[in-house]
Every structure is written in structure tokens, then in C-alpha cells.
Design a binder for this molecule. Structure first.
Ligand code: GYE
Length: 322
């Protein structure tokens, strides 16, 4: 504790010479850089794995992480960012809970000379100078992949296929984009129709609750498209409680590929999962160092991902980290 405080003070003294902000090297040769990270919350298995990845990567690279959990509320994230500005952290990173409404607080960060990195979720601001880089997945592509699986699955069938959709958090980039990518892909098959689409806020509890209501309102549901595994897992409970077989009576496609989702997939209770990797920590730490050192970085850094069938899930599960 004491040594760290000294190093931080030393760093402050050394960096008072103007120009680009720099991180300084401590006595053990490790960089001393303070990263303020405003996380969305702890709503899903994906999020828990993402937080762990960021904490571990910060530790491994000698970065001091100041972590805040917004409990899925934008106002809390804005407060956390303002607090990081007041603390004069070297760099701020955050996963915006929703896409809109960030300009004011990000202008404040810019005015304070603190660079901002977006991770996981994007914002819809036209002013791209408000942040240095965006690191995360292509959510439209994920939605397309879910749609492509469905189109193939029902190829040759002309009778109606009734789909219900459990959306992620309203206004969030993954909910908007996964919806759009999926809709665009199934459009050419008129028998594939979305009969209901509601938010389950990316949580298991809400996924279950909304699915219970959907099962009552729609006696014939053929497919569930869930924007994440947790909502699919909640919905599976509701489907079973209604006396139906998940994966058989109602086909299920979801996004994330966390361990619990992959386990359900390997047991044929989910039929297909599109992967979305939460392991963004190491790349985020590299980016943070570069941005603080004034090095150029790519405006958009994409995560490489795949898809899983039940057989592929069985094979991948033993090595799955999250
Ligand atoms: O898919 C979901 C989480 O933003 C990609 O947020 C992330 C999503 C992820 O709650 O499980």
C-alpha cells in the first residue's frame, strides 16, 4: 500500500512537465498508470467474465484499476466517469450501458485532458473525437449469424415459423444491433416471422418472467431468439414449467457462449450459440498504455469470434475459460 502511494506521488512529480500525459516506471520496472473503469453491472455470466478479465489483466500489467459497477444505470456510469475525472486518472474506459446521452460527460473528460476508451458497447454520438478507440464485438454480425442459422434450419419449409425474441437492455448497442442483424437476415424468408419481441434486460430472471408471459400470449412458438445466454437460460425454465421441451418443441438460438449456455447447448436444450467474447482485458490494457503514451491506436478494434453447434459445444467445454 505504502509503496504504491509513493510511486503514484513520484509519478505525479515526474509527469508535471507538460506535453502528452505519460505513465511512469516504478522501482520494480512496472508501469504505473491509473485506469478508471466504469462497468455496466453484473447482469450476466458474460459480464462477470468480462470484469474478471479486466481485473486480472490490470494486475498482470501493473496498471492501477479503479473499478465502478453502475448496476445497469446510465446515471451511475455518468457519476463514475465524473468521479474519475475529479480523481485525475490517466485514462478512462467504460462499457456504455446504452448508446445515447454521453456527449456532455465525455466533453468534460476531453476538457480535462483525460483520454477515453470505449469497450464492449458503442455510443451513437456523431462526435468521434470524444473517445480514442472502441474495442469490442460486431453485434450486427452476431445477429446475422443467429439469423443465418435459423434460415438454414428451416430451409425448404414454407409453413409459418413463429419466432419470439428476447432483447437485451433497451437502447444498448448489443440489443439494437443483434436485433437489426437478425431481422435483416431472415427478411428474405417470409415464413420466418417474429411474433413478439420484448426486452429481458440481459438477465436470467427477466428472461424467465418475459418468456412466461410470451408462452401464455402465444400458444404456438417455434423458435426463441435470445440476445444472450442468460435470458435463454431463464426462458428454458419457463418453457419447462409450461410442459414444453426446450430445444425440441421450441428451438433456441442465443448469443455469448458462456459456460452455462454452452452446457445447455451440449445437452440440446439450446440449439445454436453465436459467440461473443468477454475476454477484453489484455487488449484493453495495451490500448490504455498506448493511448496514455500518446501512441496512435486503431479507431475500431474488433474481437474475433465463432459459432457453436451442440457437438462443437461438447468439444469446446473442457477448455472453456468462462
Ligand atoms: O452479450 C450480455 C451482457 O454488452 C456484449 O452484455 C455485452 C452483452 C452480453 O449482459 O450477456
Amino acid at each position: 500500500m505504502r509503496r504504491r502511494a509513493v510511486l503514484v506521488l513520484l509519478g505525479a512529480a515526474l509527469s508535471g512537465c507538460g506535453g502528452e500525459r505519460r505513465w511512469d516506471t516504478g522501482v520494480d520496472g512496472k508501469p504505473q498508470l491509473v485506469l478508471g473503469f466504469a462497468q455496466v453491472g453484473a447482469e450476466s455470466g458474460w459480464r462477470t467474465a468480462n470484469t474478471k478479465s479486466i481485473q486480472e489483466a490490470a494486475d498482470a500489467s501493473g496498471i492501477e484499476l479503479r473499478f465502478s459497477d453502475a448496476q445497469q444505470k446510465q446515471e451511475n456510469q455518468i457519476k463514475a466517469i465524473r468521479s474519475f475525472i475529479a480523481q485525475k486518472v490517466d485514462v478512462i474506459a467504460f462499457s456504455p450501458v446504452v448508446e445515447s446521452g454521453w456527449d456532455t460527460v465525455l466533453q468534460e473528460a476531453r476538457a480535462a485532458g483525460i483520454p477515453v476508451i470505449l469497450t464492449d458497447r458503442a455510443i451513437d454520438s456523431k462526435d468521434t473525437t470524444l473517445y480514442r478507440s472502441f474495442l469490442g464485438s460486431d453485434f450486427v454480425l452476431e445477429g446475422r449469424r443467429a439469423g443465418e442459422w435459423l434460415v438454414k434450419e428451416y430451409q425448404g419449409r414454407t409453413s409459418p415459423v413463429n419466432i419470439v425474441e428476447l432483447q437485451g437492455t433497451t437502447g444498448s448497442a448489443p440489443a439494437n444491433d443483434r436485433k437489426a442483424g437478425f431481422a435483416e437476415t431472415i427478411k428474405a424468408s417470409p415464413n420466418l416471422r417474429i411474433v413478439a419481441s420484448q426486452t429481458g434486460n440481459f438477465t436470467r430472471a427477466k428472461g424467465k418472467e418475459v418468456m412466461e408471459a410470451l408462452l401464455k400470449a402465444h400458444p404456438k412458438i417455434d423458435v426463441l431468439y435470445a440476445h444472450n445466454d442468460d435470458m435463454a437460460l431463464g426462458a428454458i425454465e419457463a418453457i419447462q414449467a409450461a410442459g414444453k421441451r426446450p430445444g425440441v418443441d421450441i428451438k433456441i438460438v442465443s448469443v455469448d457462449a458462456v459456460k452455462d449456455g454452452m452446457t445447455a447447448l451440449s445437452q440440446n436444450r439450446i440449439n445454436f450459440i453465436v459467440e461473443c467474447s468477454p475476454l477484453l482485458g489484455p487488449q484493453l490494457m495495451d490500448l490504455a498504455k498506448k493511448v496514455v503514451a500518446g501512441e496512435p491506436v486503431d479507431a475500431r478494434i474488433l474481437t474475433v469470434e465463432t459459432t457453436f453447434t451442440p457437438e462443437q459445444a461438447k468439444a469446446a467445454l473442457p477448455q472453456r475459460k468462462y
